[in-house]
Ligand binder design. Sequence first.
Ligand code: TXA
Ligand code: MG
Length: 343
Amino acid sequence: MTIVIPMKAGPDERLRVAARLIREGKLVAFPTETVYGLGADALNEKAVRRIFEAKGRPADNPLIIHIAEREWLFELARDIPEKALELAERFWPGPLTLVLPKGERVPSVTTGGLDTVAVRMPAHPIALELIRLSGRPVAAPSANISGKPSPTDADHVVDDFYGRIECIVDGGPTWIGVESTVLDLTGDVPVLLRPGGLPLEEIEMVVGRVEIHPAVKGVEVDLARAPGMKYKHYSPNAQVIVVEGSRNAVREKIDELVREFRGKGLRVGVMATEEHGADAFFHLGESTEDVARNVFRALRELDKAGVDVIIAEGVEERGLGLAVMNRLRKAAGYRVIRADKLK
Ligand code: TXA
Ligand code: MG
C-alpha cells in the first residue's frame, strides 16, 4: 500500500510518518528542488536494493546520497579536497552533486560497486526536513521507472510507483525541473559528469576550469567514471526528434517536419516556444528556466496524448540550456536535426 501525503504548503508534522518509514528501511518518494527522488536509508543495504528493484535500475548505476547538514559529508566521503569544501560552502543546499572517494560506512550497493560516492544537500524544505527527521543520509535516484522521463510532479511518481512503494510526499511541482549537476572531484581538475540544475558557468567562477566528460556530449567513450551515461534515458514511447539552430530557422523547420509527418499519416506532438499546428502541443514557456521546468513534463504529457512522433525545439547551450539539451538529445536517442545547415 502507498500512503500519499499532501504537503503542498511546505513541511509539517505529517513528515514524521515519512521519516519513520525511512528509518524502518522503507521507500519514500519526496520532492527536491530539481525532480522527485525515490528515497531510502543510504546505509541500509536491504532498503537500497529495493530502490534498484522498484526502478528496474541496473545494479552498477550508483545512487546520490542526500544529506541535511554539511557535517554529514565527512561520514560518507574521505580525502575531501579543498575545492569540494568551497563548492559545498557556496552552493549547498542546492542542485550540485559532488563525487568524492567513498567513506567506509557507505555500502557498495549504494555506490554501484564504485569506490567513489555522490553526495548532495537538496534545497527543498520538504526534502531537508524529511532527511533531518529521519536522521539518516537518504539515497535517492530520480523517482521514475528506469528509462522514463524524470518526475517533476507527484502525479508522475504516482503513475510510475503507486502500489509499489510505501509513501509519496506530494509537495507539488518541482522548481528547477532538471536533475542536479554531477561533478567529479576525485582528480586534479573537476570533471562535469552530468550538466544539471546548477549551471557550469557558476561552478567555474568558484573553482576555475572544469573538464566536460565526453559522454555529456554524447560521444562514446570509456564510461567507468560516469556509469549513468551509458543507459537509455528519458525516453517516452514516441520517437523524439530535436531541432537545433537559430530560433527562426528552427521554427520553420518544425513547421516543415509537422507537415511532412502528418502527410505520412503520423500523429505529431510538438514541444516548443510557439504553436505549430500539430496534433498535440506543449508550450515550453519563454525563458530557458521555463523550458528546464517543463521539459520532462512535456515528454510525459505528449506521450500520454498518444502521438507517434515528438518534435522538440532546442535551446542554446548556455546556463540551464546545457542540461536541457543533454536531456533532449538523450530522449531523442541523438536524432538531432540542425535547422540552419539543412536550409
Ligand atoms: O537532482 C537529482 O540529482 C535527483 C534528485 C532526486 O536529487 N537525483 C537523481 O538521481 O537524478 P539519479 O540516480 O537519477 O541520477 C544520479 C546520477 C546518475 O547518472 C549516476 O550514474 C550518477 O549520478 N552517480 C551517482 N553516483 C556516482 C558516482 N559515485 N560516480 C559517478 N556518477 C555517479
Ligand atoms: Mg534518473
